[in-house]
Design a protein around this ligand. Sequence first.
Ligand code: GUN
Length: 293
Amino acid sequence: MAVVIDGKEAAASVIAAVTQASGSLEHETGLKPGLAVVIVGDDPASHAYVNSKSKMAKQCGFNSIQHSLPEDTTQETLEKLVAELNADPAINGILVQLPLPKHLNAEPVILSISPEKDVDGLHVVNAGKIATGDLETGLISCTPAGAMLLVNRIHGRDLSGLNAVVIGRSNLFGKPMGLLLLAANATVTMAHSKTKDLAGVCRNADILVAAVGRPQMVKADWVKPGATVIDVGINRVAAPDKGEGKSRLVGDVAYAEAAEVAGAITPVPGGVGPMTIAMLMANTVIAAYRTAG
Ligand code: GUN
């Protein structure tokens, strides 16, 4: 049976380090890291994510601000708010929760965030730094940074000689994840919905990262024996065994069967999920330290 990679525990140690760094910064300079989280509309899942981000920011000793805008917010209003937050010296990190309501265009909003405050790491300046191998001076997007930390726990920092397969090519996760694995010397394959023989491609992976948004798509026979499996999926599915109308969270990997083949695997929940928030806090404290010089 595979080693279960405990994301909650890994996240707790990041949070402890962030809290300590935040306290030191305030003690030495009087500056408190400030995180502004912006959400538009009423999507309950997004509200739940945003609330836990704001709560964790407070727990880390940050100045935590949440802007909840109505569903009918205009592009102009949203970009104006971002401009105000860019200009606010008390704010070091700005996060606009995605997805935005359909009438809004996320790309110009993300581009309007100052790269120095883009704690999501989605601005082209930050994405471009990862792409060109600069992992030091920008901000790295939170979910891939957190997933890498879990990979590093199993394999160390140098992935030379290992084959990594990432399923999913989003800007939010798949692309930066592939680039981080590459920067760590893995041999990287980016797979996606148009990949031929996806199962066969995955079976070649020493490190298999699934971010497709399809519940339990990755089966045991997709997994190379002994591989490390990182499951980035968070899918809510019906759970009639728990009672009528009940649901549960599952990943993109068929966990029980994959765990019999893998060498190490992240559970859902309790794997990559907690790391995303922890790395957001880490990025915010990094951004705050940079303004302090
Ligand atoms: N929606 C789902 N994940 C994320 C994330 O990491 N950042 C933002 N801004 N929105 C998200």
